[in-house]
Design a protein around this ligand. Structure first.
Ligand SMILES: Nc1ncnc2c1ncn2[C@@H]1O[C@H](COP(=O)(O)OP(=O)(O)OP(=O)(O)O)[C@@H](O)[C@H]1O
Ligand SMILES: [Mg+2]
Length: 531
């Protein structure tokens, strides 16, 4: 028992005794004071009850009558109530504090809930913003790639990479419309595969699957011209690669069209190994990307058409030359020969003595012969039959010999191969036409003493050099005339070479002659033989 308890018990006993003895209000005040001290000392109600009991018994022992004892008991209980009242007060205080605390706890919980909602809303907005920013970035990257001038396949590849990077989807692939059958989609080898080994089975299944309109995921996009999202590929009855997907763990897929106007020209498909929900924003961005890439396809198509134009012009020119050559050879030459025969017949009718007429007729016949030769030469120029019959090296040699004869300028031709093989007709014709124009320029402009022509094959290309030691010219000055269309020879040399993916370089220095080097790759122009 603590000393504090004992002290309080003693005091309690004394004051209770004074109170039952008639001390009144002051003693009750002291009872309250003792109760307060007991609370402070950490004593409980039961301690007070015990102290009270012991003190009351002592007071009751002093009573001599029953009436006196019941009066002491009554006063004692008032005293006890007074001494316990600080406990009640404290208890009430606790209750209030607890009530207050629980009220505040409720308030805090409400504030907390509000904060939580605010935070999660802010997070949602932030992640939506982040996603929007990444979609805008995606659109920018694809737009930049689309305008870089690279091939459409590179643009597709870049697009697959970016979409997979932003969405976290591991697979992207391109289907294109079959050139020979516009109602079918054929798979390409353009992929983005985050784990090539893991998805090998799926790649294989895809690359052996072409699709008609409406069939499979890409086929549906092909027929509707709209994006399609499949949440669970295993549940979709119109998805043909479900088996391969389940083998490698692919769960969701979406695809969107590449559109030129309303025409679908390709379908880009993406796959995820998680079950994904359709993302409207993503599908919107994809629709825009589809239109952007469609413009690239459209531009490439126009460029192809434009690239075809010079080729068509040259083809038409060749066809026309062939036609005129035939006319000259078969018609004009025949008529001249017939005229010569008529003159011969007429000559026979003229008496021998009439020498003046005979010599005039001889002269006319010689002129007709010369004309026939000239027309044949022109016809041969227009359509060099030696080129078809004997090949480029013979045709070039003859060209140089003829040039030398007519222009009195030394022209030598060298071929760096013992047994030159034939090249493809377009390559031979192109080089022949360039050589013709080169020599024609030497004759017209160079005032050269010699011109040399060399033909050689090296490392998959055929090279033709035409060098003269004439007066040369300033290339820059000539270029503006060529652009304006006055002088077309040099320009058409370049165009002809470029049509076969080759080059034609012209170097000229006034007073130092002109060098022309033409190089044409043989591989891309389907050669017949090798060195
Ligand atoms: N071998 C050369 N030597 C000196 N000048 C040349 C030579 N080749 C070309 N040139 C100069 O370059 C110009 C352009 O040549 P190009 O063949 O394009 O036109 P052109 O011969 O004048 O006319 P076209 O070929 O259209 O009938 C010529 O007018 C000439 O001034
Ligand atoms: Mg010319």
């Amino acid at each position: 028992m603590s000393t504090q308890y004992q002290k309080l018990a003693e005091r309690y006993g004394k004051i209770l005794a004074t109170y039952v003895g008639g001390a009144g209000e002051a003693a009750l005040q002291s009872a309250y004071e003792i109760g307060r001290q007991a609370v402070q000392a950490g004593l409980g109600c039961l301690d007070i009850a015990q102290i009270h009991e012991e003190a009351l018994i002592r007071s009751l022992l002093q009573a001599s009558t029953l009436g006196e004892s019941s009066k002491i008991a009554k006063l004692g209980s008032d005293f006890l109530a007074q001494s316990l009242s600080p406990y009640e007060m404290t208890h009430r205080g606790f209750q209030e504090v607890i009530l207050d605390l629980s009220r505040r706890a409720v308030e805090l919980a409400t504030v907390n809930r509000r904060l939580e909602t605010e935070i999660s809303e802010r997070r949602r907005v932030e992640s939506a913003l982040q996603q929007e920013t990444s979609y805008v970035k995606l659109l920018n990257v694809v737009t930049v790639a689309a305008n870089m001038g690279s091939g459409i396949n590179d643009v597709y590849r870049r697009c697959l990479e970016e979409v997979c990077l932003i969405t976290g989807w591991p697979i992207g692939h391109v289907y294109i419309v079959d050139e020979d059958s516009p109602d079918r989609l054929v798979p390409t080898s353009i992929w983005h595969l985050a784990e090539p080994k893991r998805f090998e089975v799926f790649r294989h299944a895809t690359e052996s699957l072409s699709l008609s309109r409406g069939i499979g995921l890409p086929g549906r996009v092909f027929s509707t011209g709209e994006s399609t999202f499949i949440v669970d590929l295993a549940e979709d009855s119109n998805f043909l690669r479900a088996q391969a997907c389940s083998e490698v763990g692919i769960r969701s897929g979406f695809a969107f069209p590449i559109l030129v106007g309303s025409e679908v020209v390709a379908v880009l498909e993406f796959f995820s190994d998680l079950l994904q929900k359709p993302d409207e924003q993503l599908l919107d961005v994809m629709a825009q990307i589809g239109i952007q890439l469609g413009r690239v396809v459209e531009r490439r198509r126009s460029e192809d058409v434009l690239r075809e134009i010079p080729k068509r012009i040259l083809e038409a020119q060749e066809a026309e030359r062939r036609r005129v050559a035939h006319e000259l050879h078969d018609d004009v030459c025949q008529r001249l020969s017939a005229t010569k025969l008529h003159i011969g017949a007429f000559e026979n009718e003229i008496p021998e003595k009439d020498r003046k007429v005979h010599s005039k007729l001889q002269l006319i016949k010689r002129q007709i012969n010369a004309n026939i030769q000239e027309v044949r030469r022109i016809a041969a120029h227009l359509r060099p039959t030696t080129l078809d019959d004997m090949g480029l090296h013979v045709a070039l040699r003859l060209l140089c010999e003829e040039f030398q004869k007519i222009n009195h300028t030394r022209a030598n031709f060298k071929m760096k191969a013992r047994s030159p093989q034939r090249l493809d007709p377009p390559v031979e014709l192109t080089l022949y036409r360039i050589a013709q124009e080169g020599l024609s320029n030497v004759a017209k402009h160079a005032e050269a003493k010699t011109v040399s022509m060399r033909l050689m094959r090296l490392n998959g290309i055929i090279r033709l050099d035409i060098n003269d030691n004439g007066r040369g010219f300033e290339i820059e000055k000539i270029r503006s005339d060529s652009v304006r269309g006055y002088k077309l020879g040099l320009l058409s040399m370049k165009e002809r070479a470029e049509l076969l993916n080759g080059t034609c370089r012209i170097e000229s220095v006034p007073g130092k002659g002109t060098k022309i080097r033409v190089e044409i790759p043989l591989e891309s122009n389907h050669t017949h033989g090798k060195d």
